[in-house]
Design a protein around this ligand. Structure first.
Ligand SMILES: Cc1cc2nc3c(=O)[nH]c(=O)nc-3n(C[C@H](O)[C@H](O)[C@H](O)COP(=O)(O)O)c2cc1C
Length: 158
């Protein structure tokens, strides 16, 4: 199964897990970059308010197409109990090009609570995810995720 891991990461947490999953699945990887500056306190504030009002953003050009893959794994941090704005934008622009999907979220809440974030992403995508993985920032930092990753990969392969 040709697999593409697509991720956005503001502070490298989601990047770490996306790279790990890409390695385990022998998948290609695509980092989504936002043209809007999301760094520092100002970047934090606008990220939160953009997420809350459901705004989209402008993404930098990318060199891989989801249409060339059987499975897209979308990985995003949680912003204001929603998927990050760059990933929501990617979904909006590329949903027609995606086949099967699986979803990964990282979040500050400890223990992690998925709330309805996977549901929101499925709604935006217009399809069900074949596997979901949610981890807290701390779990990623401590690399305390082997069991969850194993289950996630098993679901993808089943
Ligand atoms: C603007 C903003 C809003 C956030 N809102 C939430 C939230 O609602 N719930 C939560 O658990 N974590 C929230 N977080 C924390 C991030 O989801 C968490 O630190 C994540 O692992 C960061 O991933 P990254 O390093 O890949 O950017 C927020 C972070 C930012 C920057």
């Amino acid at each position: 199964m040709r697999t593409l891991i697509i991720y956005y990461s503001r502070t490298q947490t989601t990047k770490k897990i996306a790279e790990k999953i890409a390695e385990k699945l022998s998948a290609d990887i695509l980092e989504i970059k936002d043209k809007k500056n999301r760094t520092g306190i100002k970047g934090y504030m606008t990220a939160g308010s953009d997420a809350m009002r459901g705004a989209l953003t402008e993404l930098e050009e990318f060199d891989k197409s989801p249409a060339d893959y059987d499975l897209c794994v979308l990985a995003t941090p949680v912003w204001a109990w929603r998927p990050s704005v760059p990933i929501s934008t990617f979904i909006e622009k590329q949903k027609e090009n995606m086949g099967e999907v699986a979803l990964i979220i990282t979040q500050g809440a400890e223990p992690p609570k998925q709330e309805n974030i996977f549901g929101m992403m499925e709604e935006k995508l217009g399809k069900k995810s074949m596997a979901n993985l949610h981890l807290s920032t701390l779990q990623v930092k401590k690399e305390a995720y082997e069991e969850q990753i194993k289950e996630f990969i098993q679901k993808i392969h089943s």
